[in-house]
Design a protein around this ligand. Structure first.
Ligand code: APR
Length: 175
């Protein structure tokens, strides 16, 4: 399993799947959700309407339409309250269920945004540790060996990603 962190706009990546930090309506919003819908075009919203929403921690897959990515995997992350409302477990489920769909659809490259760390206020370092742990555990247990990109949209997120990568002994290819 090859995991790297990269700073930039996830909508520009030509990978098999990009993951969208959606909300439970799946009808778009701001942040990365808004960026993905804008880049994919109106057909993405029409495809999302068919799901009639998605529970937090679950995931749904659609084509990428006008995006360079083949698929978009939509997963509503948890809204951070106080860490006592299963936020950590729900965030882990976002990564697990996204990887499960990616594997089912034969994706060999997947890019994740920092799910829940924007509008949903999940603490960034904890979210990154959950992401790395969940990705490693899932890929090992499921014999799944994709190329995974954790996308930072800003320098602060990239710094935290790199610190967590060092903590986990992951090769930071950004050096
Ligand atoms: N590419 C990569 N990452 C991005 C992009 C982009 N184009 N735009 C924003 N991000 C980053 C943010 O900087 C943040 O680090 O995605 C991360 C997640 O932030 P949000 O998009 O706010 O998502 P989240 O915290 O999960 O909140 C989800 O916000 O946009 C609404 O509809 C969405 O209601 C949902 C909520």
């Amino acid at each position: 399993m090859d995991v790297i962190c990269w700073q930039g706009d996830i909508t520009t990546l030509k990978v098999d799947a990009i993951v969208n930090a959606a909300n439970t309506s799946l009808l778009g919003g701001g942040g990365v959700d808004g960026a993905i819908h804008r880049a994919a075009g109106g057909a993405l919203l029409e495809a999302c309407k068919k799901f009639n929403g998605c529970a937090t921690g679950e995931a749904r897959i659609t084509p990428g339409f006008n995006l360079p990515a083949r698929y978009v995997i939509h997963t509503p992350g948890p809204i951070w309250k106080d860490g006592k409302h299963h936020e950590q477990e729900l965030l882990s489920q976002c990564y697990q269920n996204s990887l499960k769909l990616a594997q089912e659809y034969g994706c060999e490259s997947i890019a994740f945004p920092a799910i829940s760390t924007g509008v949903y206020h999940f603490p960034l370092k904890l979210a990154t540790e959950i992401a790395v742990n969940t990705i490693q555990d899932y890929c090992l247990a499921s014999d799944y060996d994709p190329q995974i990109i954790l996308v930072a949209f800003d320098a602060n997120t990239q710094q935290v990603y790199q610190a967590v990568f060092n903590q986990f002994g992951l090769d930071d290819k950004n050096k």
